[in-house]
Design a binder for this molecule. Structure first.
Ligand code: BTN
Length: 269
């Protein structure tokens, strides 16, 4: 069986929306870009695109996401949500909870979350999420949303580029037994399907899981914008999934992912 057939069989009859179509490509530029192209061709929501390798894997803030053949899980979902921009801005956080749930189901350990979208295992980055909005031409209305998830699975330490070695990890570096990619992808797709069926109504449930898994709160962090760097203490996650900080001058401030990036004062976390 091909990877695509294996995943299709694992999902058979189990999903409502996410995973109703599955494509597993040998290689592509980026699975997020494939979803965007499918959206332009009128593909309905729920399609899942994976690739064994990506030539131009994309991370947040224009960064590259290393996507070597068969080492990671590179997965994107095409959605066509009806909610407004403000509501959808929380979806990355909900996706992070779903990814943790899927990994826990198949691996027996639950990763943590570095606000807002880094998936952390034993203090190192296991993966990340890149959500991209597609607008209707001219109208400013949302046409589609692409949720992209990258997880490091079979990497040895040397498989990471030298600048990532200290902060990145993979399932094979952390676990005795590593799941096969179709099993891992299936549990993540099922968790995403549950998440999407609950979105945005079960906010308190996802918020509670997010707060419980978030490693950023309680830490001294640097808030980085294109114009400045400021220090503060991360206090909590508010009901809009914003990070609430106490700044050096005592002022409390809630920031959203679009405005700032957050770095620990002592290294990546
Ligand atoms: C980040 O950590 O900055 C986000 C990384 C997201 C990577 C995934 S891999 C599947 C999908 N396709 C992409 O090009 N990017 C996302």
């Amino acid at each position: 069986m091909t990877l695509e057939q294996e995943l299709t069989a694992l999902l058979e009859g189990k999903t409502k929306t996410v995973g109703n179509r599955v494509f597993w490509l040998e290689e592509t530029d980026s699975t997020n870009l494939v979803c965007r192209r499918l959206a332009g061709e009128g593909m309905p929501e729920g399609a899942v695109v994976l690739a064994r390798a990506q030539r131009a894997g994309r991370g947040r803030r224009g960064r590259n996401f290393q996507s070597t053949k068969d080492l990671g899980m590179y997965l994107s979902v095409l959605l066509r949500p009806v909610q407004d921009m403000q509501t959808l801005s929380n979806m990355t956080a909900w996706v992070a909870v779903a990814v943790c749930e899927g990994v826990e189901k198949v691996c027996g350990v639950r990763p943590q979350i570095k606000w807002i979208n880094d998936i952390i295992l034993n203090g190192k980055k296991l993966g990340g999420i890149l959500t991209e909005l597609g607008l209707e031409p001219g109208a400013g209305k949302i046409d589609h949303l692409v949720v992209g998830i990258g997880l490091n699975v079979n990497h040895s330490r040397e498989d990471f580029e030298p600048e990532l070695r200290e902060m990145a990890t993979s399932l094979s570096l952390e676990l005795e037994e590593v799941p096969a990619l179709p099993e891992l992808a299936a549990e993540i797709v099922l968790a995403l399907d549950r998440m999407y069926a609950n979105f945005p109504d079960n906010r308190m449930e996802y918020l509670e899981h997010y707060r419980a898994g978030c490693i950023t709160t309680g830490k001294q962090v640097q808030l980085i914008t294109p114009a400045s760097r400021e220090e503060g203490e991360a206090l909590t996650i508010d009901e809009q999934f914003r990070l609430v900080l106490r700044m050096a001058d005592g002022e409390e401030r809630a920031v959203s992912a679009g405005e700032v990036s957050v770095r620990g004062m002592y290294g990546y976390l």
